[in-house]
Every structure is written in C-alpha cells, then in structure tokens.
Design a protein around this ligand. Sequence first.
Ligand SMILES: [Zn+2]
Length: 456
Amino acid sequence: MNPGRCLLACLISASLGAQAAPEALRATAERLKVEAFRTHGAYEDLAWLCDRIGHRLAGSPQLDQAIRWAHTRLMAVGLSNVHLEPVLVPHWVRGREAAQLLLPAAQRVNLLGLGGSVGTPAGGITADVLVVGSFDELDRLGAAAKGKIVLFDVPYAGYGQTAVYRHDGAARAGKHGAVAALVRSVGPVSLDTPHTGAMDYVPGVPKIPTAAVTIEAATQMRRMQLRGERIQMRLEMGAHTLPDATSANVVAEIRGTEKPEEIIILSGHLDSWDVGQGAQDDGAGCAMAMEAARLIQNLGLKPRRTIRVVLWTNEENGLRGGLAYRDAHRAEFGNIIAAVEADHGSERVKSFHLELTKISEEARISALVALKDTMGTVMAPFGVSFHLGHSGADVSPMVAEGVPGIGVEHAGTHYFDVHHTEADTFDKVSKDDLAFNAAALATFAYALAQSDLRFR
Ligand SMILES: [Zn+2]
C-alpha cells in the first residue's frame, strides 16, 4: 500500500467512526423532505425571481436587483454572515438584431447574437452564405469563405462537443476572411428557438459579428446549398461591450457548531443570459441552494461543519464570480470540504459528480468509495448515485487548485431544449421536483457536515 492510499484509508475509517448514525440521518432526511413539500419555498422563490425580475445578464439592472433580492431573502431566513463579495464583470449589450434571407427566397430569420460578439457596421451586412458542417470542411474550402457569411450547420452531438462551434466559430471563419459567422443553435430540438451562448475572439484575427440561428433555419439553408442555390442574407446586430460593471457573489452561512472553519459550499449562479427568465439556467440552482439552507435552519438542525450558500455572478460570460472567489478565499482552501454546484436545471436530481484534481486516479477512486460509504445510505431514499466527473463552472477555478468539487446532475431530459433561449421560463419548472431537489441538497449538505469525511 502506498503512503497516499494509507492516508486515505485512515481518513475513511475516521469518517465512519465519527459520523452520525445512519438511522438518525435517515430520519432527518425524511423531516427535510416533509418540510420541503410543506413549504415549497424554492418554487415560490424561483417564481418571484422569474416573474418579477426576469433574465439577469452581467451588468444589467436585473442582475443587481436579483443580488439585492437574494441578500434580503437569506437575511430573512436568519442565516449568519449574509454579505455581498464585490466583483467586476463584463458588460455586453445585445442591442437591436434582425436577419433576413434575401436569396433564393425572401424570409425573416430568427437570430440571437452570441455573448461577446461585435455588432455589424451601421446599415448591416449583406453577403452570400456558405454552409459548412465542420471546422475541417471550412479549412478545406478556405478561400471560398472570403467575403461570405459562414454558417456552421453542425447537428447536436452533446453539449460540450457541439458548443465549440458556437465558441470558436467567429475566430475560425474570420481567419478565412468571412464577414460574419452564424452557428446552428446548440440544442437537440427547436421550436424556432435560437440558443445564445458565449464566444471568444482570437488575437490577430478580425472580429466579425456572430450569432445563432435556429435548427430550422440552418437546415433550410443547408438544403438550399445542396440544391446549388445562391443564398444571400442581410444581418443587423447592435451588439457592443461597455466598460466592466460592478456586481457581487451573494454569501450566507449556517455556522458549524463544532468545526466552523470546515466548510461545505452549496451554490448556483444568479446571472443568466439576457433572454427568457433564466429559470432552468440557473435560477433553479440558486433557489435550491437557498431553500436547502432554509430547510436546515427552519428545522433547527445544528450542523457540525459550516454550510455556506454562494450565489455566483457572471457564470455565463466571464466566470468572474468564480475567479474572484478563488482569489479571495485561497487561505480557506484546505478547509473547504466540498464546493457543490447545482447548474443543470430543475428536473429531478440523479447523481452527484465528485471532481478532484492534483491527486492520482487511484486516490480519486478511493475518495469516491469513501463518499459512497458515508453518504450512500442517507441519500438512498433520493435515488441518487455517486460518480467521478465534472463539478461546475463557477467552482472550477477553486477545483483546479485542489478544492474538491461536486456537481449536481439532474434528469436533464429537456434542459438543453430551452437552455439559453427565450423559452427558459418558469412554467416549465415542476413544483414537486424542485422540493425534492432542495430536500436532497439539504440532506447531502447536512450529512456531509455531520461527518468527518475529507476527500483529500
Ligand atoms: Zn448555468
């Protein structure tokens, strides 16, 4: 047995020796669930956030309003140390957008600019369209892209795999002299709903306007090209970037009774794209984290370790909230037991994904075994499983430096249908799923706070 393994085995046995009896925790889990379904607090909070504040892009007055609202709500629950941690965030503004197909037939095209894009020159851009199915195809065609609007018509093959076209499309097309880049929306289905998202330019390559079109429009233009028809479009985008704006992460705690310096973070991101209501992405994650803390507080439970709620700013187009938190909290890293992030919508929770960096694969597997041993019984009524995997974007700067991350994964059946679109609205949230998820998060955080489990 190598020394690393011995250390882990000792930690695991210590955690099993000190943790609360599984039967007591199972009873607490049941109480949390009953309370969550009695009050439906997460549902009420999310309804307010969506109905009364709406979408919340970094730099917008709506995000400021949401931050103030969350602060007030967490104060009202009676949590400790409720405060804002200021962060400077990018301030991108969409402006007016319009697109028309001019040839081979005049039609309006539904368009959504990508966050960070430049606008078109005054009067817009009119140019022929070149449809490609991959970066490789574009590179093979090379000079054919010059002066054109390049459309990446790439079918959805999973979020991470396909979103690269949205993120890098403008730089790849700009390199070949294109005047604009369009991307087929990154999602499995469409009801003429374009999906926005983040993009980046590359130094030394001209910055060209870039936007998403719907699956309907992308496949239509593909068919036109296959028929040998000339495709011409007109684009107008008023997108521009203002100086950085002030924003904040919202923080609140239930202080641990025995080991207050040891921290379990429960988090979601309060910002959203500037379309829809940011209900699934990620109002739901924030509402669940807030409700989990409220359930623990309202039942008068006294966690041994500190449970800290963090509502991040600027996940969508900068990650400045997560980066600033990493920089400000380095001294605590050794005592952050886990940084949990819920950023996968509101459907029923399915699994927790443990992410550990800077240790061997063998040590990761030992830590996963310890997680299952410590939490498996208490979480069994929620039907969740435990795996190694990705934790979350906002916690990723900390996780990269060795803080254990845990990502909350939900059923996600329809998450990417509405994600980053005008259709990400409150009506698609299930009241019971949200209560169930809040109780699961509360149980997980509380049981981890009662244990001595450490993942490294
Ligand atoms: Zn999100």
